[in-house]
Each structure stands twice: as structure tokens, then as C-alpha cells.
Write a protein that binds this ligand. Structure first.
Ligand SMILES: *Cc1c(COP(=O)(O)O)cnc(C)c1O
Length: 215
């Protein structure tokens, strides 16, 4: 399967117009598909399994910025710590502490986004508003973790108003907890809802199937 470059360029244009970063979600896709987008100039790729990410990385150019977008288990942090660009799904204080430990071991400061639960589904990971406040307080004491912002996933539904509501809620949370000038990233929006997310103020969208094809 090759990728749909025409659609990729269209989405890139929309993202650029909104000053948003487009993260190409390449989970389940082949190294050659990733390379095709790389040769088109793309550098930000997202994966949600640590093993898969590490295997692909070993076969791909070193200047790719790898985003980890899945649910991260503490015992896998050390595999990502040497190179990961942004860990997007940090959803607990114990994970923050493990990232601090592993980042220190590699002499790095690792950029993270705190994942906030905004959907009405049981299956989505993420912190509540009060957990967020506590996590921010903890993060401010960690020398090897830099919390760059928030990430969220809306409900899986055709109800656009509901999805927009959820994104607007996350945007308000984001605006209310601007803790420093480094806290500047709001990651929301996927293939089905990136336009709604950009309308609500997202500056990082994570899109895969629209141009990589269905998984
Ligand atoms: C898979 C995934 C995406 C991209 O989904 P598409 O519908 O293929 O665009 C975005 N964010 C997360 C967290 C994902 O797991």
C-alpha cells in the first residue's frame, strides 16, 4: 500500500495555516510508507507501541522526531528515553517519575504532554482536572521532565457538537494552566476530527489513516 500524498499535502496546508504541527501517525504502517513521507519532507511521526516504534526507528533516518502517542507502561520508558521527541500520553504521576528517572540516566530532558480524559467513553486513558493540577505541581519539581502541554482524544462519535464541546473544554483547561512559556502545545485532533480540533485551538494534530490508508 502506498500513501496518498495529495491528501497529505492538503492536511499539511490546513495545519500550517493554523500554525499547527502535523504528526503523521504511522502505527501498523511499513517502513517504506514512512520513508515515502520522509522523502516528501516530513519529520514528525507518531507510534503507539514501543516495540514497533523501536524496530522501525532502527531502519529509518536518525533525524525523525518520534512521538509516542499510546498508553505507555512504566517498564517501557527506558526503551524510549534515549531518543523520544515527545511523550504525548502521560497519564499518571508514577509515569512522570519514571520518565524523570530514565531521562536523568541518559542525561536528557524529555518533553511530555499530559493526557486529559475528555471523552465519555470508558476506554480512553487520561487524567481528570484535579489529577492534572497535582501532576503539574509534581512536574515542576522534576529536572528531567518538561511538560509542554496537554493532549486529548474526543469521543468516537458522529456528533460534531459533542466532539467540539470536548475539544473546547480541553482548550479552556490548557489556557487556565499555562504554567510557563514552554507550556505551549495542545495536541488534539485525528483523521475524523482534526478540523474541529483546529477550530477549537489545537496546535498539534495527529493524523494517520487519511493519508496512510485504513489500518
Ligand atoms: C491512531 C491514533 C491517531 C490517528 O488516528 P487516525 O484516525 O488514523 O488519524 C491519533 N492519536 C492517537 C492517540 C492514536 O492512537
Amino acid at each position: 500500500m502506498s500513501i496518498n500524498l495529495h491528501t497529505y499535502y492538503k492536511i499539511l496546508e490546513v495545519a500550517d495555516a493554523a500554525s499547527a504541527t502535523l504528526v503523521a501517525v504511522s502505527k501498523t504502517k511499513s517502513v517504506s510508507d514512512i520513508l515515502e513521507l520522509y522523502h516528501a519532507g516530513h519529520r514528525h511521526f507518531g507510534e503507539n507501541y514501543v516495540q514497533e516504534l523501536c524496530e522501525k526507528r532502527s531502519k529509518l533516518p536518525e533525524d525523525i522526531h518520534w512521538h509516542f502517542i499510546g498508553h505507555l507502561q512504566r517498564n517501557k520508558v527506558k526503551m524510549l528515553a534515549p531518543f523520544v521527541h515527545l511523550i504525548q500520553g502521560v497519564d499518571s504521576e508514577s509515569l512522570l517519575l519514571e520518565i524523570q528517572k530514565q531521562a536523568a540516566a541518559y542525561g536528557r530532558v524529555i518533553d511530555c504532554l499530559l493526557q486529559i480524559f475528555i471523552a465519555t467513553e470508558e476506554t480512553k486513558y487520561g487524567m481528570s482536572e484535579s489529577e492534572l493540577q497535582s501532576a503539574l505541581k509534581l512536574a515542576s519539581t522534576l529536572t528531567h521532565v518538561r511538560v509542554k502541554g496537554l493532549m486529548g482524544m474526543a469521543s468516537f462519535t458522529d456528533d460534531k457538537e459533542k466532539v467540539l464541546d470536548e475539544f473546547q473544554y480541553l482548550k479552556r483547561l490548557f489556557d487556565n494552566c499555562k504554567v510557563s512559556s514552554e507550556f505551549n502545545t495542545l495536541s488534539m485532533g485525528m483523521s475524523a476530527d482534526y478540523n474541529l480540533a483546529l477550530n477549537a485551538g489545537s496546535n498539534m494534530i495527529r493524523v494517520g489513516s487519511l493519508f496512510f490508508g485504513q489500518r
